[in-house]
Design a protein around this ligand. Structure first.
Ligand SMILES: [Zn+2]
Length: 436
C-alpha cells in the first residue's frame, strides 16, 4: 500500500491510480536559461525516486512520467538579448546542461519532456475555449484569466484574496478586471519571440503551458502532480483553475506532492536573487560524485527543508563508501521489504537510507538501493574512477560530422554524451570535455 501526503487534502492518503495500467505523473521542469543549482536538483531527484517506486509497483511500462521544459520566458529573452543570440541558442545550451547535470545525479530522463514552444497550438486551443466559456477575456492585447469567474479558485493554497494578490506580486494593470487575474497570452513587440494568434502577435504566459501539455500528453485528470513548495501559489493554483474551467469541472490532478526548500547552512532558501547559490556543475567540479550529491539530497524527507553543507556531503560520501564495500560486485537479488515500506510511506527516504545500512546481503542491498537510484555502478569504478577513450572517439566523430555540415548528427552525439553526464565545450583550439 502506498500513501502520499496530498497538499490539496492536507493529509496522507492511500494512493490509488485511476488506471493502474497507466499511472500518470507530471512535474514542472526547468526554465532553461542558466545552470541548475543544487536546490533545483531536489525535485528532479525526489520525483525520480517517486517514478521508480511507481514503476516497481505498477510495472515498468505502466507509468507515464512527464516533465516539461519551459523554453519561452522573459528571463530567456533577457539572457538572449544580453548575449546577442536567438533565444533558441540559450535554451538549447541550458537544456543540454540540465540533462547532463541531472544525468550525473542518476536522474533518468522522463518518458515525455514536452517543450512550451512546441505546444503553442495546444495553448491557443485551451485559451480560446476559456474565452468562449467566459473564464478569460481579451484586454489591451492580452488575454487574462478571470479569477472571479472561478468560485473554486484558491483551493490548493487556501489563501485569502488579499494574500493571493500580494503573493502573486501581480501588476495592477488598468486593463485587468480584477488585480488577481493572470496572463494567458501577452503581446510581443517587434524583435521579440512571438507567434501570430487570434489575439495578435504574442507569446504565452507561463502557467498555460503546463495545463496544455498535461492535456495533450497525459489527459484531462492525472494521478499525481508534483513540484517545489514555491509553485503552489500562484503557478499550481493557476494550472488548476485553467484546466478545471476548460474541462467542465474535472480536476487536474488527484494527488498533489510538493517538495520543501533547500538552504545553505546558516542561510535562507537557496535562490539566485539571494546570491547563496551553488550549482550542480560547481559541486561536480569540486570532485564530488553525482551519486554522493544524490544521496545527500535524499537524506532528508522531501517535504522537510534540507540544509546543504560540506558536512552533509562528506557524510553521504562516507556512507556510500561503506555501502559499496558491502555490495561489491553482486548481482541484484530481491529488494528488502523494509526499504519498500519506507518509500511507500510518503517517500520516506531517510528511513529507507538507514534501512540500507542494516542490510548485509550484497544482492538484497543492490536491489533495494536500486529503488533509490543508488549503488548501481561498479564498486571498482566507485573506488578508483577511470578514464575514457570512447569519449574522445565520439568527439572526433562529432568534429567529422560538423566538417561535413551534418549538424543533426553532431547535435545527436552531443546530446547522447550529455545524457551520460559528459559535457562538451567548443573552444577556439578544439573541443574539450568534462564530467558534469
Ligand atoms: Zn507547471
Amino acid at each position: 500500500m502506498i500513501r502520499f501526503h496530498d497538499t490539496m487534502a492536507r493529509e496522507k492518503r492511500v494512493f490509488e491510480p485511476a488506471d493502474p495500467k497507466r499511472v500518470t505523473l507530471y512535474v514542472c521542469g526547468p526554465t532553461v536559461y542558466n545552470r541548475a543549482h543544487i536546490g533545483n536538483a531536489r525535485p528532479a531527484v525526489v520525483f525520480d525516486v517517486l517514478a521508480s517506486l511507481l514503476r516497481h509497483t505498477y510495472g515498468e511500462d505502466e507509468v507515464v512520467y512527464a516533465r516539461n521544459v519551459t523554453d519561452v520566458d522573459d528571463k530567456i529573452i533577457e539572457a538572449a538579448r544580453d548575449e546577442g543570440v536567438e533565444p533558441s541558442a540559450i535554451t538549447r545550451r541550458y537544456e543540454d546542461f540540465y540533462l547532463a547535470d541531472m544525468g550525473a545525479l542518476g536522474v533518468r530522463p522522463p518518458d515525455v519532456a514536452p517543450k512550451a514552444t512546441e505546444h503553442v497550438g495546444e495553448m491557443f486551443a485551451m485559451i480560446a475555449s476559456l474565452v468562449e466559456l467566459g473564464h478569460a477575456y481579451e484586454a489591451d492585447g492580452h488575454v487574462l484569466f478571470d479569477v472571479v469567474s472561478d468560485p473554486a479558485y484558491g483551493a490548493l493554497g487556501r489563501r485569502d484574496r488579499e494574500a493571493m494578490i500580494a503573493g502573486a506580486r501581480v501588476e495592477v494593470a488598468s486593463y485587468k478586471k480584477d488585480p488577481a487575474d493572470f496572463v494567458l497570452w501577452k503581446p510581443s513587440p517587434e524583435g521579440v519571440i512571438g507567434w501570430d494568434s487570434p489575439w495578435g502577435r504574442g507569446r504565452p504566459g507561463w502557467h498555460i503551458e503546463c495545463s496544455a501539455m498535461i492535456e495533450r500528453h497525459l489527459g484531462t485528470t492525472i494521478d499525481i502532480h508534483g513540484g517545489g513548495l514555491d509553485l503552489i501559489f500562484p503557478h499550481h493554483e493557476n494550472e488548476i483553475a485553467q484546466s478545471r474551467c476548460a474541462h467542465a469541472g474535472a480536476p487536474l490532478a488527484r494527488y498533489w506532492l510538493h517538495n520543501g526548500f533547500l538552504s545553505m547552512a546558516g542561510s535562507e532558501k537557496m535562490s539566485k536573487s539571494l546570491g547563496n547559490v551553488v550549482t550542480v556543475g560547481e559541486l561536480l567540479e569540486q570532485g564530488h560524485s553525482g551519486e554522493t550529491l544524490r544521496f545527500a539530497l535524499l537524506s532528508a524527507h522531501y517535504r522537510q527543508p534540507l540544509e546543504w553543507s560540506a558536512q552533509l556531503v562528506s557524510q553521504a560520501k562516507a556512507t556510500l563508501d561503506r555501502l559499496y564495500r558491502t555490495v561489491g560486485g553482486a548481482e541484484a537479488g530481491e529488494a528488502d521489504a523494509g526499504v519498500l515500506d519506507a518509500l511507500s510511506d510518503d517517500l520516506n527516504t531517510p528511513l529507507a537510507l538507514s534501512r540500507l545500512s542494516a542490510i548485509h546481503d550484497p544482492g538484497t542491498l543492490k536491489a533495494s538501493a536500486a529503488l533509490l537510484g543508488l549503488l548501481q555502478g561498479s564498486s571498482d569504478v566507485w573506488f578508483q574512477g577511470k578514464g575514457d577513450d570512447r569519449i574522445e572517439e565520439r568527439i572526433m566523430a562529432r568534429a567529422q560530422a560538423k566538417q561535413e555540415r551534418n549538424f543533426a548528427e553532431a547535435d545527436r552525439i552531443r546530446a547522447d554524451l550529455a545524457l551520460e553526464g559528459i559535457l562538451l565545450e567548443d573552444t577556439p583550439t578544439g573541443t574539450t570535455w568534462r564530467r558534469a
